[in-house]
Design a protein around this ligand. Structure first.
Ligand code: GN1
Ligand code: MG
Length: 359
């Protein structure tokens, strides 16, 4: 844990006009540590980068400057990288590696979907993000995390963690482990399409949790998409599916009471309306065919990552208590089970939404 004083000291290294007065923790990300810095009448976002997860900070920051520069040039609101007084995009200090962004004021973000309309707007925003980056030259981007949504690769890591069982935790989660072993034939669904070319490689966000959207505090209109660390070449199905995983649920990602965790077909429909409404002109027949299973795929993958981390001793995702990653894995399993039970309904919703939209 970094002391607030460290963050204050680091803030002074960035090229901001007035001296930083105060810092406080911000957001609920599992990877980087985020702070809100007040300096004069301005505010900034200061982040300590998790360099175990993002070892190539140079490449990471170049990606973000390229993407935000591209978006800003086209008049879209996005976070702006604040450089250091020496002109660098990040700074190394005793307390870690840090970067600073402009703060987009009068905005809020949600860890759970407040209502279907908000989730529909989120779908439209991520669909629009996809469209905005359609002309972005993907060859400029560094792959910040290799094999990020390569589910078969994630499955290999999972099996390694089960076999190593470094914390002796495997015996306590046999059912959860068996669940992921039983789904082994599913993991190639999206990557196989990318490999054989039936699913196009696009520039995607790759971490489309609802809380990575800033909405206007009063009107609730979408203002900006944040957390651009994993913007990389990928599949549109990743972005759709990860939003569904996180948002089309009646509970938080780490709800302990599984009786409260349900897949919501109403929320699924709302997101699909928003997202498809934006991408229908560019989506390919194969992508549309796979859209109904994208949520299941991303929920399988994320739950498997949580369980892998639990077995490996919680070295990746930030946790607040020892079983936190196991609790997260269990909500993901519950959601997958319900998505599987409702697979026919999910398919019907996608078909219905696609048919109603103007072409
Ligand atoms: C992490 O950093 P955050 O909380 O936005 C993770 C995502 C997971 C998510 C699960 C770089 O996202 O891939 O889906 O947790 N980000 C990284 O909540 O691994
Ligand atoms: Mg985030």
């Amino acid at each position: 844990m970094v002391a607030d004083g460290d963050a204050l000291g680091v803030a002074a290294k960035f090229a901001i006009p007035a001296g930083a007065r105060s810092v406080k923790r911000l957001g609920s990300g599992h990877i980087n540590a985020t702070y809100l810095v007040s300096a004069g009448d301005r505010r900034y976002v200061l982040q300590r980068i998790n360099t175990d997860v993002f070892p190539d900070v140079e490449g990471l920051m170049r990606n973000i400057e390229l993407v935000t520069g591209f978006l800003l040039d086209r008049g879209h609101e996005t976070m702006r990288v604040i450089r250091t007084r020496d002109g660098a995009s990040y700074v190394k200090a005793d307390s870690g590696t840090w970067r600073m962004f402009s703060y987009i004021a009068h905005t809020i973000s949600y860890d759970a979907v407040p209502d279907a309309d908000t989730f529909r707007s989120a779908g439209a925003a991520f669909g629009e993000f996809q469209n905005q980056l359609a002309d972005f030259d993907a060859s400029q981007l560094t792959e910040t995390i290799a094999h990020f949504h390569d589910t078969p690769h994630r499955f290999e890591a999972f099996k390694t963690a089960v076999a190593a069982d470094v914390k002796g935790r495997a015996a306590g989660c046999r059912d959860e482990i068996a669940f992921y072993m039983d789904h082994a034939d599913r993991y190639g669904t999206i990557v196989d399409g990318l490999r054989d070319g039936t699913v196009p490689l696009r520039v995607t966000h790759n971490d489309t949790k609802l809380n990575n959207i800033l909405m206007d505090a009063e009107t609730h209109a979408v203002r900006a998409i944040i957390d651009l660390d994993t913007v990389m070449p990928g599949s549109m199905l990743y972005d759709f599916g990860d939003s569904i995983r996180f948002g089309a649920s009646t509970a938080l990602e780490d709800e302990r009471d599984l009786g409260k965790v349900h897949f919501s077909p109403e929320l699924f429909r709302a997101y699909t309306e928003g997202f498809l409404g934006k991408v229908l002109p560019s989506i390919t027949p194969r992508e549309l065919e796979l859209l109904p299973c994208a949520g299941t795929m991303m929920t399988l993958e994320c739950g498997m990552r949580f369980l892998t981390d639990y077995l490996a001793g919680d070295t990746y995702f930030a946790i607040r208590y020892p079983e936190h990653n196991l609790v997260r894995a269990r909500t993901q399993i519950k959601l997958v089970q319900e998505m599987e039970e409702q697979a026919d309904d999910i398919e019907a919703i996608v078909a219905d939404v696609a048919e109603r939209l103007p072409r």
